[in-house]
Design a protein around this ligand. Structure first.
Ligand SMILES: NC(=O)c1ccc[n+]([C@@H]2O[C@H](COP(=O)([O-])OP(=O)(O)OC[C@H]3O[C@@H](n4cnc5c(N)ncnc54)[C@H](OP(=O)(O)O)[C@@H]3O)[C@@H](O)[C@H]2O)c1
Length: 293
């Protein structure tokens, strides 16, 4: 009898998105998860050896150096993990005839647009993190691998990771007043919806290439915080905060420059899969359903 099961080599398996990829994988997929300290994607020999041993149908790379401000002071590490390391995975995918799914970011753009970024919009990263992630994309394009999906996403949150929702809930329980940036606009994205999107692209055999995926709609961080606090109250969580003051980016300086406008166009993804990403408010409600206090 033919074996139709597919093997996934999941890189960064302990991370926030990868956990959800494991949970949301449809039946028919077997997953081998690897992460630091046992597996380091910057080690080319290790990548080539372990991928050859596993002989996967798919490599899904959820690993990255994701500390955006840390990347500014550790540029070399950022480029190695998010840039050249991704090239090792692409090389391994090519040698082993595997499909590579790689996650990238809205930070590859300047953030100066006023309409949603499309896949072919000129990139222009403004931070070391954005530049390193763009290098990773370029390493895939330069590798000669044809079977890849590069999925750019934005404002990711989900169980098991440091994320904006958890930060707001913690601060709201501690403080009477919150101050949140209101001049940056983007689309918050629930890891469960991004994980599903990865499997939609694969299962529907979408043409290989670059895709944008975020939850539908858009908001500022301030509006996102308002929705988080409103839901927290409805769900009976401890909320001390009585108001959320909108502030400007200049009032909350950070080492890495953030894009002012981060909205990604989902049109190519929708056309390729026939699936419309859920609204961000809907994703947030479902996150509250599964998160653990
Ligand atoms: N979070 C966001 O808002 C956001 C937005 C847009 C795009 N993205 C992208 O989405 C993807 C998933 O993000 P996430 O938030 O789920 O990331 P995450 O929670 O930080 O997980 C990343 C995982 O990669 C591991 N890792 C780091 N360096 C590695 C190396 N050299 N070799 C092997 N594994 C390594 C990390 O291990 P350690 O924890 O031990 O370092 C961690 O387990 C990333 O590509 C990220 O760039 C994220």
């Amino acid at each position: 009898m033919a074996n139709n099961r597919k093997n996934i080599f999941l890189v960064g398996a302990a991370g926030m998105l990868a956990r959800m990829v494991i949970q949301r994988a449809p039946s028919g997929y077997d997953i081998t998860g690897v992460d630091l300290p046992d597996f380091d994607l910057t080690d080319r020999d290790q990548v080539l050896t372990l991928v050859a041993e596993d002989s996967p149908d798919l490599i899904i790379n959820c690993a990255a150096y994701t500390d955006v401000d840390g990347c500014e002071s550790n540029k070399e590490l950022a480029m190695r993990v998010n840039g050249t390391g991704v090239g090792h995975l692409a090389e391994a995918a090519r040698i082993n005839n595997a499909i590579l799914v790689h996650i990238s970011t809205d930070y590859v753009f300047s953030g100066e647009n006023d309409s949603p970024y499309r896949e072919e919009t000129q990139t222009d990263p403004q931070s070391a993190y954005g530049l390193s992630k763009l290098m990773g994309e370029q390493a895939i394009l330069d590798s000669g691998l044809s079977d890849y999906y590069i999925v750019r996403t934005s404002w990711l949150y989900g169980p098991g990771g440091k994320n904006f929702v958890e930060t707001m809930l913690r601060l709201a329980a501690e403080r009477e007043q919150l101050r949140v940036v209101s001049d940056q606009v983007g689309a918050p994205t629930f890891t469960a919806d991004l994980a599903d999107a990865i499997f939609h692209l694969i299962d529907k055999k979408a043409p290989f290439g670059i895709y944008h995926f975020s939850n539908s709609g858009r908001c500022s961080w301030h509006r996102f915080a308002e929705e988080i606090i409103a839901l927290a109250k409805v769900r009976g969580l401890e909320v001390k905060a009585e108001s959320i003051e909108p502030i400007t980016t200049d009032e909350f300086p950070l080492p890495a420059k953030r894009p002012a406008y981060s909205v990604l166009s989902n049109n190519k993804y929708k056309t390729a899969t026939g699936v419309t990403p859920p609204e961000w408010e809907d994703g947030l409600c479902r996150y509250f359903d599964i998160r653990i206090d």
